[in-house]
Write a protein that binds this ligand. Structure first.
Ligand code: ASP
Length: 438
């Protein structure tokens, strides 16, 4: 029988009612054999995620603030799930052990990881599946770096012993120790992808509370179409520009093994969602796959006569921002000019120091700083070698009176980035969406 690895996010495991839904999803396809779960998330708008409660619990315990109330509130989240499902579980014993470890001064990672641990134990009991702990399987080196190949081997071996299992996301352990190590927030997506690779799954289904990705931000474009199929590369471009549905490290294990990822909605299980794969799957009706953008960039432009003859100029300029720990997004150049497009939040209070260093070390003729620049990315694998896409982008924006401040297209031609003034950002997204989609 084939294998599908399925991961349920926090909102999908938030209460007993959600767990009933996930049970019918699992039972609808016998290939759904390995289930990776998050800790219970929010049940309603102002509810707390268990992970956040546990972070707070650790903070209280380490600052000697009484934590009984919060401890009981966490326990109550699981007890109400177990009661809602009529489950007899070892909750008393599991919480007893956690309290003992808290009193002994355990690590923050251990406490926070209990959200996923308890979630997986409870769900395993509910489904009658085995429970697999990831502490000795998802392995990190002493610097906290995921050991991808070692993890793959360890998971592979363990999975071969279980026909069906529930596996906690988000944590593993430092190799050769008993210490828990966490992935970054949202990291259960990564665990799911690692398990999918190790299980040689035919599909990694990531179940959340939206029916996949949309072609544009629904806060900007009204009722954008869903993206049915997309390639890993396009996904990366769109998520980088803010259209994120998955943890950014979740793609690589599945991608390495050529396993498609299907984003699905636990609350609308009949919706097909978005399938992400190497080749991007069947073509849709439009030449683009999606539009995403971010409204808050700063552009630093440096001018210097004969810059193009000065060997090492760009390297020295980049070294200055590297020294400040700043990441740039684009560096459009002219013969005597170099611009750096940087997310404004990156610059914060570092801008003056950077400008001083540029003046001192690069001796430019002029430097200009412009904030309030927005970037809009038009992404689509079918744009490759297709004549006239950039022309359509420029002419649609021009017809609507939107000035293009920057235009950047990589040679892979799957992404055209336009810089516009922040005030034109939303209109630019709408104009481009209707140019290509309607
Ligand atoms: N529970 C963790 C978090 O809230 C990990 C996850 O849900 O993926 O970030």
């Amino acid at each position: 029988m084939g294998v599908k690895v399925i991961k349920f996010g926090g909102s999908s495991v938030a209460d007993a009612n959600q767990l009933r839904k996930i049970r019918s999803i699992i039972e609808a396809d016998p290939e759904r054999r390995y289930i990776v779960v998050s800790a219970p998330g929010k049940r309603y708008k102002n509810d707390s995620k268990v992970t956040d409660m546990l972070i707070m619990l650790n903070a209280q315990a380490t600052s000697n603030i009484p934590y009984d109330q919060l401890f009981d509130a966490v326990k109550e989240r699981y007890t109400s799930i177990a009661e809602g499902l009529g489950l007899e579980t070892g909750l008393e014993e599991w919480f007893g052990e956690i309290r003992e470890n808290l009193e002994k001064g355990c690590s923050e990672a251990y406490i926070v990881s209990r959200g996923e641990y308890l979630s997986a134990r409870l769900i395993a009991a509910y489904l009658g599946y085995d429970f697999i702990d990831t502490r000795e399987l998802v392995l990190f080196n002493s610097k906290g770096r995921l050991m991808v190949e070692e993890t793959n081997e360890a998971l592979k071996e363990e999975l071969s012993k279980h026909e069906r299992a529930v596996i906690p996301g988000f944590y593993g352990g430092y190799a050769g120790t008993d210490e828990v190590c966490l992935l970054s927030r949202g990291g259960s997506d990564v665990t799911g992808s690692l398990v999918a690779r190790a299980a040689e799954a035919s599909m990694y289904e990531n179940w959340t509370d939206v029916s996949g990705m949309l072609m544009a931000d629904p806060r900007v474009v009204s009722t954008p179409l869903p993206i049915k199929y997309i390639s890993y590369v396009e996904l990366r471009e769109l998520s980088y520009m803010g259209a994120s549905v998955l943890h950014e490290d979740a793609v690589f294990p599945a991608r390495m093994a050529g396993i498609p990822i299907n984003i699905r909605n636990t609350n609308a299980p009949d919706d097909p969602g978005t399938v992400i794969s190497s080749d991007g799957g069947p073509d849709g009706d439009t030449i683009i796959s999606g539009i995403a953008g971010k409204p808050d960039f700063t552009v630093i432009s440096i001018y210097k006569n004969m810059m193009n003859k000065e060997i090492g100029f760009v390297r020295r300029a980049l070294a200055i921002i590297e020294d400040q720990g700043i990441n740039f997004d684009h560096i459009p150049t002219g013969i005597d000019s170099l611009s750096m497009v940087i997310e404004s939040s990156e610059l914060e209070d570092k801008l003056d120091d950077i400008l001083d260093a540029f003046r001192l070390q690069l001796k430019p003729d002029d430097i200009y700083v412009e904030d309030n620049i927005a970037l809009v990315a038009v992404v689509g694998r079918r744009m490759h070698r297709s004549v006239g896409v950039s022309a359509r982008i420029c002419s649609a924006l021009a017809t609507n009176g939107i000035n293009i401040r920057m235009l950047n297209q990589g040679t892979n031609e799957i992404n055209v980035i336009v810089g516009v003034e922040a005030k034109d950002y939303e209109e630019a997204v709408r104009v481009l969406y209707s140019e290509f989609v309607h």
